[in-house]
Ligand binder design. Structure first.
Ligand code: FAD
Length: 532
């Protein structure tokens, strides 16, 4: 996307520079511009979206970051707050099959958007008692989600104390029912007897870049998010980023692409300017940083902003990934949109990554077939060539960078597993693009390739994420590495929270108010507001 000029703003308008056009940066820029602030967004890449990137591989545009679109209501709320309609701006289609799971050739089970279909599928796969346990698990996951949505997800920088107050007795009882300090894996063992189902639902911890053996049981709320629906976005996930960028431009945001911010300047203790890689300096009244929060503490934005946020220690980093974007003929396996190929020893995968710092010897392989799974074409012939994102979990960069031979070995394991389960992919060096943790580290400075900021390991980790207000006045943080956490809708909410926090600071009459975003699945309110 080319640079675009903004509509004119009042000369006295508060000037904000947003660094980064990831989804949180785009949403924050939009929210601030619609409040009348003068917003300039500066992005190092040539297009908006950050991790929602869509490189051309063998002539085909392939979503090579997020592929699972959930929590549609978050975007309905964002578009409505900007006087637009998500449904008018983007074509979204609910997917009838949430994901197809395989444990061997012919050993498959689908989860469906319709819970009754999932229950029946589980009954056929693992027996009626397990299907009944699934329905019980759904009830608990729903309760956990409903309990935490307001007090945690939509609240700015919640603490243990604020949460205890907000949860009330009923909320505390729901969390206590999970068992003291229980991890997700243990909680799932109490629900399911079939290890394959424990594995299936444990995998949702990886959506936050975490190990099910270290993640708190509350992460079962991620399952609920997916059970609430998965949509296909016409044009891919990148189209969502393009759409939010275009809405922000319509509201007057000036966008500069292909331009890295080198330093953030601080004067009189307040963030006050940015200097671009080309030497240009932009004065600002406030700055919003949408890169990985660790970049600040690592002094990648200069020394003056270094105290804004502490960098993560390597042991706290979330998962990275090894991915292949492929445009190729496939055969032998009935691919749906989202496909997961499991191996028997699930624990070893996370021990390899988090304890040994190496690529998994027995990886779970996720395959997103981007032209499959739409409801109106169940009988349509499969595409001649599939656009695939193939992904395995990987460690973030630690003390060392993974060697080419380790990466090649993992690639061989991964595609042999697919072949064993029936899926053959006709890959060549021309139709395949590989992305390693080191590549992610280069694309997202400060992250060390960790794709989700801090891992959600242990009960207290949820409270350890930095909030929108950095330690430097006038410098705000938005993105998947800060509260409420990673994933496209959560990062978008972080953009909303950061914009609301900045706006609240400008409102001198309401200094003592806590920022929270209204709306959500429970209320389906189409407005974003600061509430008391
Ligand atoms: C392979 C992969 C699969 C994923 N799968 C899913 C999924 O299925 N569903 C889901 O919901 N989420 C998924 N995620 C997570 C999701 O993509 C992220 O949590 C979310 O997109 C992060 O958005 P963000 O706002 O933090 O910005 P980011 O996407 O991290 O973008 C930050 C932007 O800031 C820019 N920037 C940084 N520093 C500077 C600077 N100094 N100057 C200028 N620009 C700068 C970067 O270039 C980048 O564009 C996945 C991520 C990856 C990588």
């Amino acid at each position: 996307m080319a640079s675009a000029s903004s509509a004119s703003s009042a000369p006295s308008a508060h000037r904000v520079v947003v660094i980064g056009a990831g989804i949180a940066g785009l949403v924050a820029a939009l929210q601030l511009a619609r409040r009348g602030l003068q917003v300039t967004l500066v992005e190092a890449a040539d297009t908006p979206g950050g991790k929602m990137r869509q490189p051309l591989v063998d002539g085909a545009a392939i979503d090579s970051g997020p592929t699972v679109f959930t929590m549609r209501w978050v975007f309905e709320q964002i578009y409505a707050s900007a006087g637009a309609s998500l449904a008018d701006e983007l074509e979204l289609t609910p997917l009838p099959v949430l994901a197809r799971h395989a444990w061997g050739p012919g050993e498959r089970m689908d989860l469906f958007a319709d819970p009754a279909l999932s229950r029946d599928a589980i009954a056929r796969f693992a027996g009626p008692a397990e299907a009944a346990r699934f329905m019980q698990f759904c009830r608990q996951a729903r309760e956990v989600y409903d309990t935490l949505e307001g007090p945690f997800i939509r609240s700015q920088s919640p603490t243990l104390v604020s949460m205890a107050g907000d949860l009330g007795l009923r909320g505390l009882a729901v969390l206590a029912s999970l068992g003291p300090m229980s991890n997700l894996w243990n909680a799932l063992r109490e629900h399911f007897h079939d290890q394959r189902l424990q594995q299936l639902f444990a995998r949702y911890a990886t959506y936050c870049g975490s190990s099910p053996w270290r993640a708190p049981a509350t992460l079962m709320l991620v399952t609920q998010v997916e059970l609430d629906g998965v949509w296909s976005v016409k044009g891919g996930m990148h189209a969502l980023a393009q759409s939010v960028a275009s809405l922000a431009q319509r509201h007057g945001v000036t966008m500069k692409f292909g331009t890295r911010v080198d330093t953030i300047g601080v004067s009189n203790g307040r963030a006050s300017s940015v200097t671009l890689a080309n030497g240009e300096r932009i004065e600002a009244d406030s700055i919003m940083f949408n890169g990985d929060m660790s970049a600040l503490g690592q002094q990648l934005l200069g020394t003056e902003a270094a105290s804004a946020a502490r960098p993560l220690t390597p042991s706290k980093r979330s998962l990275s990934a090894l991915t292949w974007s492929v445009h190729a003929e496939t055969d032998g396996f009935p691919l749906d949109r989202h496909n997961v190929f499991f191996q028997a020893d699930y624990k070893r995968e996370f021990d390899d990554i988090f304890s040994r710092g190496k690529l998994p010897g027995t990886p779970t392989v996720y395959v997103c077939a981007q032209d499959r799974g739409l409801p109106d074409s169940p009988d349509a012939p499969p595409p001649q060539r599939d656009r695939l994102l193939v992904l395995v979990n990987a460690p973030a960069e630690g003390a060392r960078t993974l060697s080419d031979s380790e990466i090649d070995a993992c690639e061989t394991h991964s595609f042999s597993l697919l072949a064993r389960y029936g899926l053959r992919v006709s890959r060549t060096s021309q139709n395949t693009m590989r992305t390693t943790p080191a590549d992610f580290s280069r694309m997202f400075p400060g992250s060390a390739g960790a794709l989700y900021g801090m891992a959600t390991h242990g009960w207290m980790s949820a409270f350890a994420r930095q909030g929108a207000q950095s330690r430097i006045p006038g410098l705000y943080l938005a993105g998947g590495s800060v509260h409420p956490g990673p994933g496209v809708p959560m990062a978008a909410m972080s953009g909303m929270l950061a914009a609301a926090t900045l706006a609240e600071h400008l409102d001198s009459t309401s200094r003592s108010r806590r920022v929270r975003i209204s709306g959500g699945t429970s209320t389906r309110s189409p407005t974003a507001a600061i509430t008391d």
